[in-house]
Design a protein around this ligand. Structure first.
Ligand code: NAP
Length: 485
């Protein structure tokens, strides 16, 4: 078992109250993975004060100097890629291939923002009068608080941290309690890369008391959160009285529409990958397949074939294609929704059970699950499960498919499978989602492109990822220089 300390002001220390907590391998809960300090409001305050002290020095460095540290951290993470991927799988449960992909994503994100540092700045704007130089600069905001979920424990901290640091902010990061190791591994890499003390502080512990301090402390000028709608909404309300810049990226109930002209093998493969991959624990997972009736039966048959081919098990084992749920509570949520869907009249076509055979009995394993005869108002069609459960909804037309797809509180990612270019383009125009995929999985994003949701999936204030990500972490100052006199 590894032991981590929290990082405050460049020092690795225990929690002020001396308490600790452990994480356990979700594939085999007999294995404790790591121990962490259990921070409280006092630790959060110390971390925020350290970040506030470090801010003027960090903000005074040039973007290129800051970017060099990000690029160096990318190289350090790359040199540890295999070791980090194994640790990620042991703590979060996803397969080794999925973990390796995620670690690579974090490496690439730091490289991307390291490179972006060379063009980080404002613009020049022609003035109405001669001999007036009108330009903008970008300034950092101050201390940024980052609160991240467990399901992408290295990619999400990376995609918030890199633009926050590039823009010149100092940071307090609070990763999710079920999988904090990767946040500390990023911190180690940044420290080794030369990040000055206090610029990044990482604390672990329960979200409630730490979140209360992060939202109330006057040093915090921006808070970026990724997680559930319920917590995001609460944090947004806590921040409102101080009018602090806020970015809340939350859940989804993502559709994949299958039209009658679609390549149904492709449609089934895309839905299975986006619905069962990462054990369905992705905010962009496909959890609704909305299928136009002529395609329904052949599509269902093919989707069941794909579900049957999923090999559930410990993600470290070769050949395993789907790991466990993160913990008992998520497993219970998955099984609760299986029961609720059946009670509401949906037809269980495949899966729906916990797996406990042989070596699976010590983990939180669930079968990939498919429901048919789902109607749009059922809870299984409306609420985020965050497990490998696909609800198949039959519709009569393209227009009805879009109406059903839009008839939910969320709007994160949305996919369509069709060969009809016109309807694909109309879909892109009419679907209420931050990300639209045509003949692609609803999961999976290009790190160089903006990402975020609409409706209940996001505060829809600023986008994450890509060059647009720095907008949240910087403010624009406008300068008029008159040299006419
Ligand atoms: P969560 O329960 O909302 O937790 C997210 C983070 O918030 C964790 O660090 C958690 O800490 C902290 N937290 C919990 N209660 C808090 C409070 N009262 N005040 C401040 N912070 C608090 O979500 P999760 O279970 O980790 O992640 C799954 C959710 O994230 C899903 O809904 C998924 O769709 C969403 N997600 C969205 C995106 C996106 O980009 N839109 C990406 C990935 C995931 P503790 O762990 O210590 O409780």
């Amino acid at each position: 078992m590894q032991t981590y300390q929290q990082l405050i002001d460049g020092e690795w220390t225990g929690a002020a109250g001396g308490k600790t907590f452990q994480t356990f391998n979700p594939a085999d809960t007999r294995e404790a993975v790591a121990e962490y300090p259990k921070a409280d409001a006092q630790d959060a305050r110390a971390a925020l004060e350290a970040a506030a002290r470090a801010f003027p020095g960090w903000a005074a460095q040039t973007p290129v100097a800051r970017g060099r540290i990000l690029s160096r951290a990318s190289q350090i993470l790359e040199s540890r890629k295999d070791e980090l991927a194994r640790l990620l799988t042991r703590e979060e449960g996803k397969t080794l291939a999925e973990s390796a992909g995620e670690v690579q994503r974090a490496i690439d994100i730091f490289r991307f923002f390291g490179g972006l540092s060379y063009v980080h700045g404002g613009q020049t704007i022609p003035h109405d009068l001669a001999h007036v130089f009108l330009y903008t600069t970008r300034e950092p905001l101050g201390v940024a608080a980052l609160i991240t979920p467990w399901n992408f424990p290295i990619a999400i901290p990376a995609w918030k941290l890199a633009p926050a640091l590039l823009a010149g902010n100092t940071v307090v990061l609070k990763p999710a309690s079920p999988a904090p190791a990767m946040a500390f591994e990023i911190a180690k890499a940044l420290q080794e890369a030369g990040l000055p003390p206090g610029v990044l502080n990482v604390i672990t512990g329960p979200g409630g008391p730490i979140g209360a301090e992060l939202t109330a402390h006057p040093a915090v000028r921006a808070l970026s959160f990724t997680g559930s709608h319920q917590v995001g909404q609460q944090l947004y309300q806590q921040l409102a009285p101080r009018m602090v810049r806020a970015q809340m990226e939350m859940g989804g109930k993502n559709p994949t529409i299958v039209l009658e002209d679609a390549d149904l093998d492709l449609a089934a493969t895309l839905c299975a990958r986006a619905g069962f991959g990462l054990t369905g624990q992705a905010c962009t997972a496909t959890s609704r397949a909305i299928v136009v009736r002529p395609a329904l039966e052949p599509f269902l048959e093919k989707l069941v074939e794909r579900a049957r081919a999923v090999r559930v098990g410990n993600g470290l084992q070769e050949g395993v294609t789907m790991g466990p749920a993160i913990n008992e509570s998520q497993l219970q949520t998955d099984l609760d929704y299986v029961r609720i869907a059946q009670e509401e009249g949906a037809r269980l076509v495949y899966g729906g059970h916990r797996l406990i055979d042989d070596e699976l009995e010590h983990g939180w394993f669930v079968e990939p699950t498919i429901f048919a005869d789902v109607t749009p108002s059922m809870r299984i069609a409306q609420e985020e499960v965050f497990g490998p459960v696909i609800a198949v909804i039959a519709v009569d037309s393209f227009d009805e498919a879009i109406e059903v797809a839009n008839g939910i509180q969320f709007g994160l990612s949305a996919s369509i499978v069709t060969r009809d270019l016109k309807r694909a383009m109309l879909y892109a125009e009419r679907i209420q989602a931050g990300v639209v995929k045509i003949n692609q999985v609803s999961t999976g994003l290009a790190l160089q492109a903006p990402f975020g949701g609409v409706k209940g999936s996001s505060t829809d204030s600023f986008r994450e990822q890509g060059a647009a990500a720095v907008d949240f972490y910087s403010r624009i100052k406008t300068v008029y220089l008159d040299y006419s006199a």
